[in-house]
Design a binder for this molecule. Structure first.
Ligand SMILES: NC(=O)c1ccc[n+]([C@@H]2O[C@H](COP(=O)([O-])OP(=O)(O)OC[C@H]3O[C@@H](n4cnc5c(N)ncnc54)[C@H](OP(=O)(O)O)[C@@H]3O)[C@@H](O)[C@H]2O)c1
Length: 240
């Protein structure tokens, strides 16, 4: 059984994956602004309150986690995005906030939890990116730029850690079937997005959770420094 640190466990994909992995007997360390009552009922779940926008808090909390737990995998799932708007309305603050939560905070956390991974000659770092960093997107500059920076972090860390048994990869997720997706889209928009996916299906949270289990296994060892599209073929376009 492994110990997995997940950022952003209060809701959505982070909460789903934490539940899935707890049910498989793993230990989950959750870090984020808000806890999750259901997860908190499990003895193998440990929550650390941490606003990823506050770099001093991120440093202090991740040092605490690093001292107390031997983390095998860090799944960086938390994200920040301002409301969609045209590029002329984006501010420095929008860009910095998205970058801080999606990318910079991850490096601080990794620095403070990496030591046991190196010592054990086993470790996994998995970032959640988005397929829009592959395709581009209108109105999402801060999120798009912040997620794109994870590609560089993935490749750089994979190389620097290559000899230590620690791998670093990025899952570029396409639209995942979450409550948020249903709540935020009208029925018409929901069906339109769905039909634009080559398979006609959203990515299921169960598939994402099972992929994470695969990355926890020895079998994933040769996969390193990869930005993997996970979108039922949504990165592909057919020019008819
Ligand atoms: N859902 C999709 O279709 C989709 C598609 C592509 C990529 N992704 C990626 O998958 C990941 C999860 O997406 P999701 O849809 O599950 O998102 P979500 O429902 O918005 O959840 C985001 C999580 O991040 C936490 N968070 C936000 N700001 C934080 C901060 N400053 N400090 C600490 N925690 C913070 C939130 O906690 P609070 O309770 O504190 O807000 C929440 O637990 C994200 O990285 C997203 O970019 C999702």
């Amino acid at each position: 059984m492994k110990t997995i640190l997940i950022s952003g466990v209060s809701k959505g994909i982070g909460s789903f994956i934490a539940t899935h992995l707890l049910n498989k007997g793993h230990t989950i360390i959750g870090m984020g602004r808000s806890n999750n009552e259901e997860l908190n009922k499990n003895d193998n779940f440990h929550f650390y309150e941490c606003d990823l926008l506050n770099s001093q808090v991120v440093t202090d909390v991740s040092k605490q986690i690093g001292k107390k737990h031997s983390v095998d995998m860090f799944f960086h799932n938390a994200m920040y995005t301002p409301k969609h708007k045209p590029f002329l309305r984006y501010t420095d603050e929008d860009m910095i906030k998205a970058y801080t939560v999606c990318s910079a905070s991850a490096l601080t956390i990794i620095k403070n939890i990496i030591s046991p991974m190196r010592k054990n000659k086993f470790g996994r770092i998995l970032f959640t990116g988005s397929l829009i960093q592959h395709t581009g997107s209108v109105g999402q500059l801060a999120y798009l730029t912040a997620k794109s920076s994870l590609d560089g972090l993935t490749k750089g860390l994979a190389l620097e850690l290559a000899s230590s048994g620690v791998t670093c990869n990025l899952l570029m997720l396409g639209p995942v079937e979450t409550d948020k997706l249903k709540d935020n889209l009208s029925e018409e928009a929901y069906e339109k997005v769905k039909s634009s996916i080559p398979t006609g299906e959203f990515v299921s949270q169960t598939h994402v959770a099972e992929m994470i289990e695969f990355f926890l296994s020895e079998a994933s060892t040769p996969i390193n420094g990869v930005s993997l599209p996970v979108g039922n073929g949504s990165q592909l376009r057919s020019f008819k």
